[in-house]
Design a protein around this ligand. Structure first.
Ligand SMILES: Cc1cc2nc3c(=O)[nH]c(=O)nc-3n(C[C@H](O)[C@H](O)[C@H](O)COP(=O)(O)OP(=O)(O)OC[C@H]3O[C@@H](n4cnc5c(N)ncnc54)[C@H](O)[C@@H]3O)c2cc1C
Length: 297
């Protein structure tokens, strides 16, 4: 029987999955890895693991593998954490896996970006089950109905790996993949203190998230979890401000679903201006404080 299990890392993931299930043309159930209730999106069953926090990926993979019987498709929203856990799940099930699906042409043929988004590949998959990750920006998002309480499965979340602690320099800012406004900084931010003051300060002033290029991350200017791009996070905010970002294909691969891109760069020939909706040829150290001051007013 053809049926999708939407593996939602948290309840907001479930919302992104409704359009994906519609594109596959399959009935679907939701498995909440965390949370106890999902927005009403037409799932036949809403299940919950009962976990209060996510266990390591190997525990997620073995728990979901135990529920996989009866499902032809198991899918999650594309993110670092889902690619890690679902790749292990595919290994458990000896199943084929396709990542970063942006369109479905029926239940076994998918489109996905490759080569940093410059090519779109169409793949046909022969397997049962099929494991997938998808980018929700490629699929319609329904208005959520009333919340549906989940059936708690009380699944074990045991792993040979024990989390000792988690720390983040991101503070209380919104998550990059959920933020409506993102300001990203690149190599010219010089050091971690400058990045935090200039980019972090601007993000806080507008209630947005801070992001960074890989050059900034590799130079120790910004923490790893802030990297945006092909090998970082794929983002789709309403407004993306790129300050001191040259616009490499790898960075652009992560931002092209943004609604409005604003670029601030001293070099008028920087490639970022080719995809920016608004471009300012200016020094970010002058332009950002001025912009921040104007936004305050
Ligand atoms: C396999 C692979 C994967 C990669 N994945 C990623 C990825 O996921 N994300 C990513 O970002 N990169 C990625 N990269 C790296 C990518 O190729 C670029 O090197 C990187 O994006 C460049 O970062 P940048 O724009 O900060 O630095 P630069 O290219 O050095 O650009 C800095 C820009 O700042 C401008 N500038 C300088 N001073 C100022 C100022 N005062 N005010 C305003 N503008 C100023 C300059 O004109 C320049 O355009 C990857 C590379 C490889 C090979």
């Amino acid at each position: 029987m053809s049926r999708l299990l939407l593996v939602a890392f948290d309840p907001t993931d479930a919302l992104g999955g409704a359009g994906f299930a519609g594109a596959l043309g399959l009935p679907f159930d939701v498995l909440l890895l965390t949370g106890q209730a999902a927005p009403g999106i037409g799932a036949e069953k809403v299940l919950a693991t009962g976990w209060t926090e996510l266990p390591p990926s190997d525990a997620i993979a073995s728990a979901v593998a135990g529920l996989a019987g009866g499902y032809s498709h198991l899918a999650s929203v594309s993110a670092m954490r889902s690619k890690d856990a679902l790749a292990r799940l595919a290994g458990h099930l000896d199943a084929p896996m396709v990542t970063d699906v942006i369109a479905a042409e029926g239940p076994s043929q998918f489109k996905r970006p490759i080569v940093a988004g410059s090519l779109i590949e169409t793949v046909a998959v022969d397997g049962n089950p099929i494991v997938l990750t998808f980018r929700p920006s490629g699929f319609s998002k329904p208005a959520p109905g009333a919340e549906v309480a989940a059936d708690n499965l009380n699944l074990p979340g045991t792993s040979a790996v024990t989390r000792v602690s988690v720390s983040s320099r991101g503070g209380a800012r919104p998550d990059l993949t959920q933020a409506k406004v993102i300001i990203s900084g690149g190599r010219p931010l010089k050091d971690a203190d400058t990045f935090e003051r200039v980019i972090g300060g601007f993000a806080d002033a507008v209630g947005g998230a801070a992001g960074a290029t890989r050059a900034a991350v590799d130079s120790g200017i910004a923490p790893n979890e802030l990297q945006v791009g092909q090998t970082g996070k794929i983002v789709a905010p309403d407004l993306y401000i790129a300050a001191g970002v040259s616009g490499s294909t790898q960075h652009m691969a992560g931002i092209k679903d943004s609604k409005i891109i604003v670029a601030i760069n001293t070099d008028p020939d920087a490639p970022i201006f080719e995809i920016a909706d608004l471009g300012l040829v200016a020094d970010l150290y002058q332009a950002l404080p001025e912009l921040q001051e104007k936004l305050k007013k």
